[in-house]
Design a protein around this ligand. Sequence first.
Ligand code: ATP
Length: 303
Amino acid sequence: MSVEVRDLHFSYGKVKALDGVALDLPKGAIGLLGPNGAGKSTLLRILLGFLSPDKGEGRVLGYDIKYQQPMIRRFVGYMPEDDCFIPGMDAVSFTSYLGELSGMPRQEAMKRAHEVLFYVGLEESRYRNIETYSGGMKQRLKLAQAIVHDPRLLFLDEPTSGLDPQGRKEILGLIIDISSKKDIQVLISSHILPDIEATCSYVVILNKGRLAADGNISELKQIKYSLYEMKIKGENKNFLQKLRDMKSNVEETEDGLLKVYMPPGKNPQDIFKTAAEEKIQIRHFVKSQTSLEDLFAKVVGVD
Ligand code: ATP
């Protein structure tokens, strides 16, 4: 497993960003999909050791996220969503400096900086002040600094953010090349399903700090989820948790409607049984069908 986490919780003050996430990610290119605010960046920052979880534990490449952060940073590359540049620097100095920060000797870092800038197509502008770069060039530079120290695993946070179609195509092409030819595992966070489909075979969907679904994209797309809409009376915390434990995705709308997406193999009796156990009264119950594509659409907020 490249990444394993158990029961991760994290809040920024009163904002709950991660609410009990558990994952076992296989090797290969993995998509981390979810709408804005789902908790993707927070999860990546915790995996890198930049944030400490309120609760829960995890390992990245076998290293403990709480106690072995230097090893994780040695073997993991990170392309953050926000710009991470140092004003006034050119691309070569910046990239080699970050290589040194990851533990590389100065000369080697400089040599690698030239190589990776060539690889991402910035060889001609590598001595230019980064502040004069276009959005697409900045994204490619962020990718270059993330691979300068030859990581085994690469975290990419919204790598196509702010790019035009051509820039997006170029970055996705580089990501595919990195994961297929360079033997580097990638974990790509995005709210754009086509970007994930273009680069990954496995996906993890986060929504509101919780795991909504995970698995092989082509297999997940075959699954027909059953959607049950209901209204209930009474306190519902344990009830919702039990439904989620059955691998259902549960959503509460503002007008008090509960939408429960159940995977195959589960049926309404499971809901009624759980409601009875928790002494919950179900007042309104409607069934409809949906596919994972609808679930993606709902989770990522597109129609
Ligand atoms: P995005 O694509 O918009 O970055 P995301 O899925 O990466 O979304 P996070 O950035 O992890 O989501 O944010 C999860 C939740 O935590 C959101 O509600 C967000 O507003 C909140 N949040 C994130 N960073 C902070 C912070 N530094 N202080 C307070 N709240 C934060």
